[in-house]
Design a protein around this ligand. Structure first.
Ligand code: C2E
Ligand code: CA
Ligand code: CA
Ligand code: CA
Length: 279
């Protein structure tokens, strides 16, 4: 029994070691990712469910490393957050987003907004909001074209402190979306005090539409609550026409999902907009 115990322990340690070194390897590669041009953005269209028109896109970060291949964002963003690399990486995302918005200003796409996902350690960074406002000013862009997406858990952690930051963001003219809504521990009384403009219904509640009774109740409740607070609603993860039609009936304003379009590289987004965007 003792020998087994010892073996188990060493196997466990070996396993731990492997995980750790894989993580350290990944972290090491990630440190060079910006410099090596390994990061890029995909853009997922967001449509107005009332008239089918594209209103903007969400920027979704991708990392392709020659050794590691395409690493899923859920994996590398966690590592970036834990190692504070998220700060330069996020700066890169914002810089790219601003360049894209600028490129659109001279085109028929000048009205399209870009939503960016902001991590909590980035959001709590002291100068984040003022820096962002300044960057858009320098670029000559209206601030409403850059939409900030914060997850429900980012917003609700240190809610009292965050209210001030969120007010500053709104005061500066940015639109503010709460992502993954319904998955966390939102208190309704807080929701009323947050100066939000958009709630994103999490994909997990869209999945069961239009059949699952619980998903129907939850999505209806979120939409009604949002509307009573004059907040608009985006449904994410729409994969079927039935889901889309149900959400239209519920007067959900906007939708995103594979049924409308998968996230696209910029070279594919423009042709997609040509055929779907302007009808
Ligand atoms: P999220 O913000 O909730 O983004 C939505 C995710 O759902 C994206 O995954 C998107 O590709 C996927 N998706 C969209 N429509 C559908 C659909 O109809 N069906 C299915 N099955 N999936 C759909 P992705 O791109 O892998 O991103 C995962 C998460 O990584 C994002 O979740 C976001 O939290 C984070 N992330 C992505 N880019 C950034 C970034 O630039 N900064 C930060 N901080 N986080 C990011
Ligand atoms: Ca998002
Ligand atoms: Ca989401
Ligand atoms: Ca989600």
């Amino acid at each position: 029994a003792k020998a087994t115990g010892k073996n188990t322990y060493s196997v466990y340690q070996e396993e731990m070691g492997r995980h750790l070194s894989a993580r350290i390897q990944m972290e090491k590669h990630l440190r060079n990712a910006i410099q090596q041009n390994e990061l890029y953005l995909m853009y997922q269209p967001k449509i107005d469910l009332g008239n089918g028109k594209v209103v903007g896109v969400e920027a979704l970060l991708r990392w392709r490393n020659p050794k590691l291949g395409l690493v899923p964002p859920n994996v590398f963003i966690k590592i970036a957050e834990d190692s504070r690399m998220i700060i330069p990486i996020s700066e890169w995302v914002i810089q790219q987003t601003i360049l894209q918005l600028q490129a659109w200003q001279k085109t028929e796409y000048s009205h399209l907004s870009i939503a960016v996902n902001i991590s909590s350690n980035q959001f709590s960074h002291e100068n984040f909001i003022n820096d962002l406002a300044q960057k858009l000013d320098v670029a000559g862009l209206p601030r409403r074209l850059l939409e900030i997406e914060l997850t429900e858990s980012t917003v609700m952690t240190n809610a009292d402190e965050n209210i001030k930051r969120l007010q500053l963001l709104r005061h500066k003219g940015f639109d503010l979306a709460v992502d993954d809504f319904g998955t966390g521990y939102s208190s309704l009384s807080y929701l009323k005090r947050f100066p939000l403009t958009i709630l994103k219904i999490d994909k997990s509640f869209v999945d069961g539409l239009p059949k699952d009774d619980e998903d129907i109740s939850i999505s209806q409740a979120i939409i009604q609550l949002a509307h009573s607070l004059e907040i608009k609603v985006v449904a994410e993860g729409i994969e079927t026409i039935q889901q889309l039609e149900f959400l239209q009936q519920q007067k959900c304003e906007y939708g995103q999902g594979y049924f409308i379009s998968r996230p696209l590289e910029i070279n594919n987004l423009h042709p997609w907009l040509e055929t779907h965007g302007n009808n």
